[in-house]
Design a protein around this ligand. Structure first.
Ligand code: AMP
Length: 520
């Protein structure tokens, strides 16, 4: 990590001996700019307005002074002494891990109050008396409403990632929580950006704060090879390009694939798993235990590819990855820097590929402006792209297509004639991307299978007459949808069957009754 104040040492900051010894054990030599700027005033009970992103050492900038200040006094039942608010459960869990690490010489009770897990264990911790509460806003309010918490003893309030709290609609909750805490508290407020709404909030919550601003990273590591890859607009075309790209990487150890929307995370995850890749997904709609399991699977190398949204992945301390793929160009240029900062850490080499279609060019321009460099195209720019195929099928040479029946017989056969199992035997790399999805409890897949089962059951329940004029293997033309949800599920099922668009008319599959030879 780059240190701007190399002459400052941790022992200059006023931290206690217990904290300093934990910091030494963590292997840190110098404080980062946000730590050098925030720790001394925080230790003097000043309010802090820290403008810094994750990855700058921000967590230690509030955890270390809090540990020092907490050495005086002790916790009382149901009356926490300090409170940290985090926008996501993962970030809350990560801050709790930081407390364990830096607070290893302290005997503090730390309670993590996050949604998606039972109240019982959390209640027990509160009963014992918590020195530190680390919470997501909703779960904290639930505890307050159940009468299990008294906030009148809170001396320090930390609001972390305030701009994300705003994005996620948590500001009214934060305001409610702040009203429960004495006005005399010390407030440490962090945000990566300062849009006017956040500035207003800071003005309301903070009293004469010390403002520390750390420039957001706007440069990318020189060790990361960045390429942009021209694609057409359709998602199935993008997915095919991505698969080829992944397969072409000889040095891929693990990768994060970023999508802009959580729905696309789920779709891409399904598609990649159907194509035999070792893949997991991380998005905001997954329940907590699935998210934790997924992340652990990726960290332990059980999963090679992790499809993620920015919101789910931001701030997570994921170890170095060899590759980053941007399935979508990020809308905010800073997210690009953040995403590709996942690779090429500590001087190691990394690769970042971004799929770009015609609609993305303005976002690409903003990224290139921010990072102050042009990114090279991998295989020619958008003007060199062949015209879009009318359909997925027509994009392939006719002789490779074969009839539907032939395709069904050779299920899974690729355009080069290889079967997936042949590919597996031939290509150790492709093999390493695969994994037995059943070996990892996979909620995204379970959800997909459940949806497919529902649609299959719906099909079975259809009156027989609706299906008679078509080949047994061909999906029925979609009946008039009962409602939008129904239509959505049906479309999804179609997408699950095939990554390309649904063929129009009979395609290559002419029903047998039409092939009966006429009389000569
Ligand atoms: P954060 O911004 O808090 O998410 O921290 C990002 C990473 O920087 C974490 O892996 C920390 O362990 C690490 N880190 C924090 N402070 C320092 C420091 N002073 N020197 C080196 N690494 C640090």
């Amino acid at each position: 990590m780059e240190t701007v104040f190399p002459l400052t040492t941790f022992s200059d900051l006023g931290l206690s001996q217990k904290v300093l010894s934990a910091v030494t054990d963590a292997g840190y030599t110098n404080p980062t700019p946000i730590q050098a700027g925030a720790i001394p005033p925080a230790l003097k009970h000043r309010d802090i307005l820290g403008i810094a992103q994750t990855g700058t050492g921000k967590t230690a900038s509030f955890v270390l002074p809090m540990l020092t200040l907490l050495e005086k006094g002790r916790a009382r039942a149901r009356m926490p002494r300090t409170l940290i608010l985090e926008p996501t459960r993962e970030l809350a869990a990560q801050v709790a891990e930081n407390f364990e690490k830096y607070g290893k010489n302290h005997k503090l009770n730390i309670a993590l109050l996050i949604g998606g897990v039972s109240f019982d264990e959390q209640d027990r911790k509160l009963e014992r008396g918590a020195d530190v509460l680390i919470c997501t806003p909703g779960r904290l309010l639930d505890h307050c409403e159940r009468g299990k918490l008294l906030m009148t003893g809170v001396e320090i309030l930390v609001i972390d990632e305030a701009d994300r709290m705003l994005d996620m609609g948590f500001i009214p909750d934060i305001e409610r929580i702040a009203k429960l805490i004495p006005f005399t508290r010390q407030t440490l407020f962090f945000s990566a950006t300062m849009p006017p709404e956040i500035q207003k909030l800071a003005d309301r919550f903070l009293q004469n704060p010390e403002r520390i601003e750390v420039a957001p990273p706007s440069s990318t590591a020189k060790t990361v090879t960045q390429r942009i890859v021209a694609t057409h607009d359709k998602d199935y075309e993008k997915r095919a390009v991505l698969r080829d790209l992944i397969r072409a990487q000889t040095d891929l150890k693990n990768a994060i694939i970023f999508c802009n929307r959580k729905l696309d995370v789920a779709d891409l995850f399904r598609s990649l798993s159907r194509h035999g890749f070792s893949v997991g997904a991380l998005h905001g709609d997954m329940d907590q235990s699935s998210r934790t399991k997924m992340l652990a699977g990726f960290k332990d190398n059980q999963i090679t590819l992790l499809v993620a949204s920015d919101v789910a992945a931001r701030g997570l301390d994921i170890p170095d990855v060899s590759h980053v793929f941007n399935f979508d160009v990020p809308i905010h240029a800073e997210d690009y820097v953040h995403r590709i900062g996942r690779t090429g850490r500590a001087g190691r080499s990394g690769a970042a590929f971004t799929l770009v279609n015609r609609r993305d060019t303005k976002y690409l321009d903003a990224i290139e402006k921010l990072i102050g460099q042009k990114i090279e195209w991998l295989n020619g720019d958008l003007t060199e792209l062949p015209p879009p195929a009318e359909s997925y099928e027509s994009a392939r040479p006719k002789r490779e297509r074969g009839g539907r029946r032939e395709r069904d017989r050779d299920r899974g056969r690729r355009s080069d004639g290889a079967r997936p199992d042949a590919e597996k035997a031939e290509s150790p790399k492709a093999d390493s991307h695969r994994h037995d999805m059943k070996s990892l409890d996979n909620p995204v897949l379970d959800e997909t299978n459940a949806k497919a089962d529902t649609v299959k059951a719906e099909r079975k329940a259809q009156p027989r007459g609706q299906n008679t004029a078509r080949s047994a293997n061909r999906p029925a033309p979609a009946p008039a949808p009962a409602n939008d949800d129904h239509r959505d599920r049906r479309n999804r099922y179609r997408r699950d069957q095939d990554d390309g668009p649904t063929p129009v008319g009979f395609g290559d599959d002419i029903p047998a009754f039409m092939l009966i030879a006429g009389k000569a």
